[in-house]
Design a protein around this ligand. Structure first.
Ligand SMILES: [Zn+2]
Length: 126
């Protein structure tokens, strides 16, 4: 079984994404402030920043919805209660990969997640 140790819970990932969006939003609005000499550009940056923040709120609501749909189990590794989203997910506490369907193990762990992309986006804005 070759599973990545860097795999983290889907809910945690989405939460990180939502939090990143808030920072990106504020970053974009700050850029707008720097460009206050060009009024229309400042307005565009402010609008973009607002959109990011509004979108992150939507994502937070979405996490709430997902959490209610997730299957709650007790992690066999750290014995804490955690939630599984979809067929395969990782423990929220110890990042132990968990699955509800052993036939699907491996395949979904190859799924490409965008976490690194989000991080790059934050770095670009700084
Ligand atoms: Zn665990």
């Amino acid at each position: 079984m070759t599973l990545s140790l860097n795999y983290s819970s889907k809910i945690n990932k989405i939460r990180t994404f939502a939090l990143s969006l808030v920072f990106i939003g504020f970053g974009v609005m700050y850029l707008g402030l720097l460009l206050k000499n060009i009024e229309w550009l400042m307005l565009i940056f402010f609008l973009l920043g607002m959109l990011c923040i509004v979108f992150s709120t939507v994502v937070y609501f979405w996490i709430g919805l997902l959490s209610t749909r997730a299957v709650q189990i007790v992690c066999p590794s750290c014995e804490k209660p955690t939630k599984i989203l979809g067929r395969v997910d990782a423990c929220m506490h110890c990042k132990q990969p968990l699955t509800l369907d052993k036939n699907l193990e491996g395949k979904e762990f190859d799924e490409k997640y965008n976490e690194k992309k989000y991080r790059n986006e934050i770095n670009e804005k700084k």
